[in-house]
Structures are given as structure tokens and as C-alpha cells.
Design a binder for this molecule. Structure first.
Ligand SMILES: [Zn+2]
Length: 197
């Protein structure tokens, strides 16, 4: 008891939180919820659009696999994670859902203007394939103020990527057989972003 008391009196502040370094952070939207929600009580326990939670890990796993295959280090995270990351690029993978089916499409969210080049790169690449509409960047507050941005410093950009609106039958049907394609395109755009001078 005495030893314990002595130890705690000489360390008044908690140890600093380690910042983990990787080339890329890949997070699967809503993955791990609702189990993770009680640990992050300040966040809204948003479970995503119907079917979204089944698809985001598939895309995130393939994105991580493709990036690692090209020699990059990847932190593959679920929706909620502890601590802080210092990376070159970060991507939070989502699909949109709407109460008014087919009113939205693909979109991109980011918090700082330093990520706009990353957003343009992704939009230019994905819009060559995705045959539905692309919403304006940050068209909802949730995109711009995504909780994950606060835990990641990404030198080249951090993006929330909505790959399409899965409450829209036509978009869902197009996306279903193309989850691997979407992942490979995400990996491509990240490689280009990191290689950029
Ligand atoms: Zn989502």
C-alpha cells in the first residue's frame, strides 16, 4: 500500500497517449457497432444504412490488402477506435442511405482544405466508373465534421468516402458486384496521392 501511494504521488499526470504512425489508415464505417458504442458515449451510435455495415468491412479489407501488397503500412480500423494516428492518408469508408431513395449518390467529406486535392483525385477516378450522381463535397455536416478526423493527422488528406446510395435500388445493384473494384480504386487513388510531389 505504501509503495503504491508513493508511486501515484510522484506521477501526477497520466502517461501521454502514444501516436501511432502508418502510411495509411483505413476505417470501415459503422463496423464493430453497436458493441463499441458504450466505450464512446459521446458519439451517436449510428449503425448506418440498411446493409451498409455488411459492406464497409469488405471494401476496407480489400483496400488494406491492396495497399499492403504495394508495400505500404496500413492501420485497418473499425468505426470506433482509441488513440491517435499520424499517417499520410486516411479514408473512412461508407455508403449513403436516404429516406428519399435515389436522391443522393456518391460523395466525399473532409474537414480541412488540405484534403481537397485528395478529394479531387478520388472524385476524378471514381466518377469514371460510378454511373450515378456525385454530390458536392461536404454536402452534409456529418461529412465535414466526421468524428474520426479528430483522431487522425493525415499529411496528404483524410476523407470520408460515400461510395453510393445503397437505399437506391439501381445504385445498390450496381455496387453489389463491384465492392472489390471500389476498393482497388480507393487503393489506386491513395497510392497516387502519396506519390504526388
Ligand atoms: Zn455510413
Amino acid at each position: 500500500m505504501a509503495a503504491l501511494a508513493a508511486t501515484s504521488s510522484t506521477s501526477p499526470s497520466p502517461p501521454p497517449v502514444a501516436i501511432r504512425q502508418y502510411d495509411v489508415l483505413v476505417s470501415a464505417g459503422h463496423e464493430g457497432r453497436p458493441a463499441s458504442c458504450p466505450h464512446f458515449p459521446k458519439r451517436r451510435c449510428n449503425l448506418g444504412a440498411a446493409g451498409e455495415r455488411q459492406w464497409t468491412p469488405i471494401v476496407a479489407d480489400e483496400t488494406a490488402r491492396a495497399l499492403r501488397a504495394s508495400g505500404l503500412s496500413v492501420a485497418r480500423e473499425p468505426a470506433d477506435f482509441d488513440g491517435f494516428f499520424d499517417v499520410k492518408a486516411a479514408v473512412f469508408i461508407h455508403f449513403d442511405g436516404s429516406d428519399h431513395p435515389c436522391s443522393t449518390g456518391a460523395s466525399i467529406g473532409y474537414h480541412d482544405s488540405g484534403s481537397s486535392a485528395a478529394a479531387k483525385l478520388w472524385r476524378d477516378l471514381y466518377s469514371r466508373y460510378f454511373p450515378f450522381r456525385f454530390m458536392p463535397d461536404n454536402f452534409t455536416g456529418n461529412l465535414r465534421d466526421y468524428y474520426g478526423f479528430r483522431q487522425v493527422h493525415a499529411a496528404r488528406g483524410a476523407l470520408v468516402i460515400e461510395l453510393g446510395e445503397i437505399s437506391c435500388p439501381a445504385q445498390r445493384q450496381w455496387l453489389a458486384p463491384r465492392l472489390k473494384l471500389a476498393a482497388d480504386l480507393i487503393a489506386d487513388s491513395i497510392r497516387q496521392l502519396i506519390a504526388k510531389k
